[in-house]
Write a protein that binds this ligand. Sequence first.
Ligand SMILES: NC(=O)c1ccc[n+]([C@@H]2O[C@H](COP(=O)([O-])OP(=O)(O)OC[C@H]3O[C@@H](n4cnc5c(N)ncnc54)[C@H](O)[C@@H]3O)[C@@H](O)[C@H]2O)c1
Length: 259
Amino acid sequence: MGFLNGKRALVTGVASNRSIAAGIARAMAREGAEVALTFQNDKLQGRVEELAKEIGSSICLPLDVASDEAIVGMYEALGREWPTVDVVVHSIAYAPREALSGSYLESVTRDGFTLAHDISSYSFAALAKYGREQFSERAALLTLTYLGAIRAIPNYNVMGPAKASLEANIRFMAADLGPSGTRVNGISAGPIKTLAAAGIGGIRQMLQHVAATSPMRRNVTIEDVGNAAAFLCSDLAAGITGEVIYVDGGYSNVGMSLT
Ligand SMILES: NC(=O)c1ccc[n+]([C@@H]2O[C@H](COP(=O)([O-])OP(=O)(O)OC[C@H]3O[C@@H](n4cnc5c(N)ncnc54)[C@H](O)[C@@H]3O)[C@@H](O)[C@H]2O)c1
């Protein structure tokens, strides 16, 4: 029997087999959760449906978080399948590619800044705002963040402020939703080669650097993140809310490595 037996988990953000959301969906299904997936657009629908088949999920819904109406529509459709939702995973981020390389000040623009915050941070609050009526008594929300929220990381640029905003969102949402029994947490993952990461300048060097200098001397995997996500969204983590848990092989804990 898995530790998510009987839970219904909505997992957003699958774009490929390598997406962090795919690792999370697999881990949650393995631990007994019923999983519903969303896809951003028609181009991604087929890939998401393939994963759904693999994990025995029958619910795949369209969701573009750029629109509140689309979020409301997704919850209406989900409500026709499930009376309540126990877990919502937000594994979504976006910034224009040209904002993710070179100097921060040279690459940042008003439009890029606004868009990155809208899609990568506001959307998490919106998923809670429009879904809360459907949350079960002991629901758990989870988002994915990165060290760039609290440190200046080369090329991460405007995603840094967007992730800082997302991490503040975690705390405000946890305070709002705690009294009704809902927990809100984030996982700060180390770099992983996914479609989103491929858009960040210097990602290869970043992966090599972390593998060479992190305490665990390796990069983390979507399985590492998936397992931590499954735990955080289960009743095993009933006392944890408002937290950002690092799944990064310990990289964020060291100040210097003399390898
Ligand atoms: N890969 C890494 O190194 C890493 C590290 C730490 C945190 N993260 C975070 O993990 C999350 C998932 O990213 P990933 O690395 O798995 O990449 P990914 O490209 O596989 O996933 C990003 C997802 O965001 C979705 N998305 C973007 N705009 C959207 C919109 N308007 N509406 C709905 N969905 C939208 C895409 O469809 C895609 O599924 C992101 O928040 C990312 O910042 C990634």
